[in-house]
Every structure is written in structure tokens, then in C-alpha cells.
Design a protein around this ligand. Structure first.
Ligand code: BEZ
Length: 211
């Protein structure tokens, strides 16, 4: 099933390294980051899981719950976690779904047959508190993800969920943002009391409103 932005994130119940998890219950009223790994005991995935674990506090600060999936069974995940601790310095400290029957992988269309019939590609789904999909990313197995970019995009998603703004190229938390074109100058006076610069009628730049 193709999952598009704004779709409800399909719910599932799965065995994980932290017990049986119902996805929607696990997210509660917070945000979620669901990400797939091609296979256990693979090098790039090992570095990714170590990095996600080391930086879990930064996801916690943003009220984002991490949950990974790999199409191997639980005992394999447990052995792999020891290797991740040994080589990366931090073992996974969030649930890693055991998906040997590919239930979650199929539900989220994580297997791309042009890449592999058996392994998932590296997908990322950011889910909002309304359980709607806010972001999807797909990387090939050969390219590891970037934790800084995931945090950056979550900052943008959380900001733009609360204010009628958009974030420009390479935006980082604390930098100026763009007032969306749907807001008239008249309405902008009330919504953006710090004022704005009009570079073009469609390009109005204002300080980040929640700072
Ligand atoms: C990796 O995680 O290192 C990997 C997995 C599958 C294919 C290539 C690399």
C-alpha cells in the first residue's frame, strides 16, 4: 500500500525488543519516527542504530518516539544489539520490531522489489500526534540516514503545525521563517507581531514565532 502525506499511519501490533507494541498506543499523543533497516548484522544499519540510540534524548525533547523495524526475528535483534553496543558505544534504547513475516514491511511498503525482494529499503515515516503521516523518506540500503537532518525536519514539522509559516532552504531551529502566502498582510499583523520583511509579495520573512 502506498502511504502518502496526510494518510493515517497504519496501525499494527508487533513483537519488539521491548515487548509487544501496538504502534498507535506506543505513540500516545506524541510524535513518532518509524524507520526500517534492510537486515540485522549489516554494517550501515549498525552505525545508524547506534547513532539513533546515542541521540534518543534529542528525540525525547521533541516528544518523538523512535521505533525501528528489521525483517529478522527477535533473537537475532538481541544478538545484534550486543554488537551495536560493542561497536557504536550505545545499544538500541527503543523498540526494534521483529518482522520475519514482513507484516509491518508490507503494510508500509518498505520492500522495493527493484532493490531487493527480501530486504526493506531505508524508509522513514514521521507521524504526528493525530496519527497522520507528516513525512516520508526513502534511502537505498547503501546510504545511511542523517540524524541531524531528521531532527531538523522534525523541528520544521512541529513549528509549521502550530504557525502559518514555512521553513526556507537549509533552515535550522531559531532562524527566520517564511509567512505562507495564504496569510494576507492584514492578518499577518496580528499573527506575526515581530513584523516581517517583504522581499517579494510572495516572499515575506519573519523571526521564528515561538522564539
Ligand atoms: C548495511 O546496512 O550496511 C547494508 C544493508 C544491506 C545492503 C547493503 C548495506
Amino acid at each position: 500500500m502506498t502511504i502518502r502525506l496526510g494518510d493515517e499511519a497504519p496501525n499494527f501490533t508487533a513483537e519488539t525488543t521491548e515487548g509487544t507494541v501496538n504502534f498507535h498506543e506506543y505513540l500516545g499523543d506524541g510524535w513518532g519516527l518509524l524507520f526500517s533497516h534492510p537486515k540485522d548484522f549489516t554494517p550501515v544499519c549498525t552505525t545508524e542504530l547506534g547513532a539513533f540510540a546515542a541521540r534518543k534524548g534529542e528525540f525525547d525533547q521533541r516528544n518523538v518516539k523512535l521505533i525501528g523495524v528489521s525483517v529478522d526475528p527477535l533473537d537475532s535483534h538481541e544478538g545484534w544489539s550486543k554488537d551495536i553496543q560493542e561497536t557504536q558505544g550505545t545499544a538500541p534504547n527503543f523498540p526494534l520490531i521483529a518482522d520475519p513475516d514482513k507484516k509491518v514491511a508490507d503494510l508500509y511498503d518498505m520492500i522495493h522489489p527493484n532493490a531487493s525482494d527480501t530486504m526493506t529499503v531505508r524508509t522513514v515515516f514521521v507521524v504526528g500526534p493525530d496519527k497522520k503521516v507528516k513525512l516520508t523518506l526513502t534511502y537505498p540500503a547503501s546510504t545511511g540516514r542523517n540524524v541531524d537532518e531528521l531532527l531538523r525536519v522534525i523541528d520544521s514539522l512541529q513549528l509549521t503545525a502550530g504557525y502559518q509559516v514555512a521553513t526556507p532552504v537549509n533552515w535550522q531551529e531559531g532562524e527566520d521563517v517564511i509567512i505562507v502566502p495564504a496569510v494576507s498582510d492584514e492578518d499577518a499583523k496580528a499573527k506575526f507581531p515581530k513584523g516581517w520583511k517583504t522581499l517579494k509579495p510572495y516572499l515575506r520573512v519573519t523571526p521564528q514565532p515561538n522564539k
